[in-house]
Ligand binder design. Sequence first.
Ligand code: FAD
Length: 497
Amino acid sequence: MLNKNLKQDLEQIDSILKESGISRRDAFKMMGLGGAGLMLGGTEATAATTLKASDAKGKIVIVGGGLAGVATAAKLSNSLSNPDITVIEPNPNSVSYQPGNTLVASGIWTLDNITYETQDFMPSGVKWIKDKAIEFNPTANELKTAGGETIKYDYLVIAAGLVNDFGMIKGLEEVGEVYTLDKNDAAKAKKIIGQNGVGSIYFSEGAADTWTQMQKFVADAKAGKKVTGVFPEPHTPFKCGGAQKKVVNLTNARLEEAGARANADLQFLTNGKKLFGVPEYHTAIEDQMKARNVNVRYEHKFTAIDLTNKVAKFEKHWEVKGAWDADLEEFEMVTKTEAVDVKYDFCHIIPPQKAPTEIAKSPLGSEKGWVPVKNDTLQHVVYPNVFALGDIAAVPLGKTGGSARKQYSVVCQNLISLMEGKEMTAKYEGYTVCPLITNIGTVMLAEFKWKDVAAASGAVAAPSFPLDPTQERWLYWLLKVYLLKPMTMYGMLPGRA
Ligand SMILES: Cc1cc2nc3c(=O)[nH]c(=O)nc-3n(C[C@H](O)[C@H](O)[C@H](O)COP(=O)(O)OP(=O)(O)OC[C@H]3O[C@@H](n4cnc5c(N)ncnc54)[C@H](O)[C@@H]3O)c2cc1C
């Protein structure tokens, strides 16, 4: 069946490419070049910062050495003739491949396939402080580490990602805050999540345990038990907006493979009114869910979980017309709510997410916590020698490795321009990508960016490849499973792509 899909996709690609005068070989080269260009940000070459081309000087400190921080350190090291770069990062595995968690949770990969040592990716010449930055004084251009060191800088880049806050869900207070790749946090979270039918791919060991829980769920259905799987999305922004859709689709695939789908009720609950901000992607995903008999419930805020009785708790909300407002000449809208309980046999949790508190509450943070930057240049709105990128940046959309890949190039170019006293010309356009796994063997590659780039608002499809982006394809499965990881680890992290 997969071969048949591949054949169809290749035939379709060939016919489309023929019209454009491109061979399939060249097209694959294009894919390889932008690389995971496709996931990681388009097909154009963004290596605009030429090797050691700038003699600009200044001490650059990068807080957070995950995907965005290490890629930024690498590109700046490559571009400056005399780089003075310090990365502050406490986690020895901070560059492990988070997008692989979905594949671990469905038994396609194991933890070994996604675990990497930061020391192998830290660019040579970059000073690595294995600690956390906990206090920020941007008017004095200095910060303090948890170990008590005061560090001065000329330029600061914030790439500290986000933290999963399981504690915002009643019933999971004991789990509290968990960084996706932190082994100590994982040990704490594992005591509660990853057993009794509950899983979460938002920490790596949780992904491995999710696979165990998913297998039990499938086995029960196969044994003839009528089971319910519950897949809620959180009410906060979260990294990889397509993650819950991927998990429900992979659960569906494993049930079908076992011949047990008829015994399972799969429920997908979201706080919003849509499945995706881009209308054509929303429609495509809704159709996919319908075709797989997944019960989609909108406007359900996931608030609590009763682990003992296996009940997920939601606040259903909707608006009704209230009193007529004579001044505004319109009806007031009143929000109604109702408590909804859903019993589960398997529940996959995506926790609410937020910026790390020490940054959110510092002068660099904002009311909502995310670091406020100008949407196009990614320069801090108050402190011109500070930039932010990756999950922690307060830009609309984003929060994927694909966005970070676009952003790190913009930050490096603009930071060097600033150091050289030139105008900053590199601009981020809101690019984001979700390789939405729809089945074992197919992916819909949802690429998009801001519809109104100047206002950084709305969302519009932005496909890198001349194929209908709303279609599920075997070709993109190959990209997701075989190409994106090497392109991230050996293209983006060394600052090359
Ligand atoms: C389950 C899952 C699936 C995903 N799927 C995809 C996908 O398919 N496609 C895609 O493009 N993206 C995906 N992503 C998202 C992608 O992994 C992130 O968007 C990306 O890692 C963001 O990079 P970052 O550098 O901002 O954050 P991170 O890579 O998380 O790094 C942040 C670093 O900052 C450090 N830090 C935090 N606070 C401090 C501090 N005070 N001082 C010093 N250091 C600090 C942390 O230790 C961490 O190492 C997925 C993520 C998850 C969890």
